[in-house]
Every structure is written in structure tokens, then in C-alpha cells.
Design a protein around this ligand. Structure first.
Ligand code: ADP
Length: 287
């Protein structure tokens, strides 16, 4: 079984005899897959405990916040382990059925329910991760300030520190910051999934949508809608239902690219320079 020994030991203490492990495809950051044990089949993900401190306790908190919103299927977390070398999260295994006819409608209603969870401030009471990068959630009452200081700013700094971005792009971003008050619309803080690309939207055993792998915070909900269009779009039915349940301010389509600058910068930092030209192409359109 291709799972580190200390994690196997933890899992057998928790779940009984370990019967088989089937690696998952599609994960970008962690090792993971289906672990069948004598008590149940679970989904397990693990990684280095030292490189990504508390990554999985943060994922657990995120999944629990989404679960509380009662809009969509969210896998229940069974256990989190933090060892010396490795840490892991063990959660309910989502057995995917074929999408039910009401799948996209349910995603629209469910996401609207998640976004109706509000807070007095943008941010969160703890920092978490976006992929394997730290996501800073210092709370703030000003949306633009939060978006610049806790979302775009740290990613630009990281890219600069690792020579993935030169001076000119930084200057262009600074010009963009001055334009943001005219370009963006402020809404009350909404609970967002935070990493809502299509790979994190699964199908559950009833053929209904399930969300995994969040990077939650209270933010502008247009960030979630934007991420559903970062690599292609979801079917029009989803946007229609969502917009009826939770109408978006006029002009939302034009703002999505600006919000996608955040995940694009995360991609620059995680996967390299190829994403920089896509990022700067958007910035240039708005400055
Ligand atoms: P990473 O943190 O490495 O990005 P993900 O959480 O995205 O990993 O999971 C990788 C893949 O594993 C997903 O694309 C999905 O196919 C599968 N997966 C994730 N969570 C579950 C789950 N609870 N049940 C079944 N399969 C899952």
C-alpha cells in the first residue's frame, strides 16, 4: 500500500484493518485516493507535515463551514492527523453517480445558499491555503482593501520574491489598484468556497453536486462565480438559477476577469511563468 507508514498506522487505529488503496487522479497538490478499511471506505489525502503546517486542519474547518451552509453535499471529515513527517485528512468517500437532470439547478441553488452565509467583515478568523499557498484572511471591513492587501498583494510579492514577475507587471498592477473603485462593486461579505474550478465540483451518489477542496473566506461572491469560468464555463442553466436565487449586480460578467486575477496569480506561483501573460493580458485591458 503506497501510503506512508505513520499514516497507515493512524488509519488502522481509527478505522480497523486497511484492505486496499486506490490512488485518485486529478489532485494538483496532495497524494490521495480511496482507502478501503474494515469499517468503511474513505477518501484520504496526505502531504508533508512540515512544508504545509496545519494544511488539513484548515481544510477541515473550511469543509465544516461549507457544510453548515446546508446548500450542497460536502464530504464529512472523519479525522485529521498531524505527525512529525506527514499529515493527512480522512473524509467521507464520495461515490460518484451519473449527473441527475437537476444537477446544475441544484448547484445554482446550493451555491446561492452557501453565499447567503454572511459575516460582518471580509476575511476569516484564521489563515488557510489556496492550493499549497498560504491564503491570508486578516479581517477587514473594506472590500477593495481586502482584495488588494490579502489577495492580489501577497501573490504579487511571492511572484516578485521568486523572480517570476518583473517590475513592469508590478507597476501595472499598481495602476489597476487605482482603477478598482470604478471597476468593482462592493457587496456584504459572503462565505465563498474560494477555489471553485470545475475539478472541485464533484457528483455525489445521488447524481447531485458536491464541493471539495475549499479555500474558504468571507469575500465578494463574484470571486466564486468567476472561478467557475476560469477554465471554461459551466452550463448556462447554472448561472441562470444562481442569478435568480441571488441576483448579481449589473455588469457582473465584466468583473469576472478581474477576480480571476487572484487564482491566475496563484497559478503563476504554483505552476510557473506561462500564466503570467494571461494574467497581464487581463490587467492591460483595465488600466
Ligand atoms: P488536491 O488537494 O491535491 O488538489 P483534491 O482534494 O482536489 O486534491 O482531490 C483530488 C481528486 O480526488 C479529486 O479530483 C477527486 O477526483 C478525488 N476526491 C477528492 N475528494 C474526494 C472524496 N471525498 N471522495 C471521493 N473522491 C474524492
Amino acid at each position: 500500500m503506497n501510503i506512508p507508514g505513520e499514516i497507515q498506522q493512524f488509519c488502522s487505529e481509527q478505522f480497523g484493518t486497511l484492505i486496499s488503496f486506490q490512488a485518485a487522479s486529478g489532485g494538483c497538490i496532495n497524494n490521495g485516493g480511496k482507502l478501503t478499511t474494515s469499517s468503511e471506505a474513505v477518501f484520504i489525502k496526505w502531504n508533508s507535515a512540515t512544508r504545509y503546517p496545519k494544511m488539513f486542519s484548515k481544510e477541515k474547518l473550511g469543509l465544516e463551514l461549507l457544510h453548515k451552509a446546508e446548500g450542497l453535499t460536502i464530504p464529512e471529515v472523519r479525522a485529521v492527523y498531524e505527525g512529525e513527517l506527514y499529515s493527512c485528512i480522512v473524509m467521507e468517500f464520495i461515490e460518484s453517480a451519473i449527473k441527475a437532470p437537476a444537477y446544475w439547478e441544484q448547484l445554482g441553488h446550493g451555491l446561492a445558499a452557501v453565499h447567503s452565509t454572511s459575516s460582518t467583515k471580509y476575511g476569516l478568523d484564521h489563515d488557510n491555503y489556496m492550493g499549497s499557498l498560504e491564503q491570508y484572511n486578516d479581517t477587514c471591513t473594506d472590500w477593495l482593501d481586502f482584495f488588494i492587501r490579502s489577495r492580489l498583494g501577497p501573490q504579487i510579492k511571492l511572484a516578485r520574491d521568486h523572480n517570476r514577475m518583473g517590475k513592469e507587471p508590478v507597476q501595472l498592477f499598481e495602476r489597476l489598484y487605482t482603477r478598482l473603485p470604478d471597476l468593482l462593486v462592493t457587496e456584504p461579505p459572503a462565505l465563498i468556497h474560494g477555489d471553485l474550478w470545475s475539478g472541485n465540483i464533484m457528483t455525489d451518489s445521488q447524481g447531485m453536486p458536491a464541493l471539495i477542496d475549499p479555500a474558504v473566506s468571507f469575500a465578494n461572491r463574484e470571486m466564486d462565480v468567476a472561478m467557475t469560468q476560469l477554465f471554461g464555463r459551466l452550463p448556462a442553466e447554472f448561472y441562470e438559477v444562481y442569478n435568480n436565487a441571488c441576483p448579481m449586480a449589473p455588469g457582473w460578467q465584466e468583473r469576472l476577469d478581474i477576480y480571476n486575477l487572484y487564482p491566475l496569480l496563484v497559478h503563476v506561483n504554483l505552476f510557473g511563468g506561462g500564466y503570467l501573460s494571461q494574467t497581464m493580458h487581463i490587467v492591460r485591458r483595465f488600466v
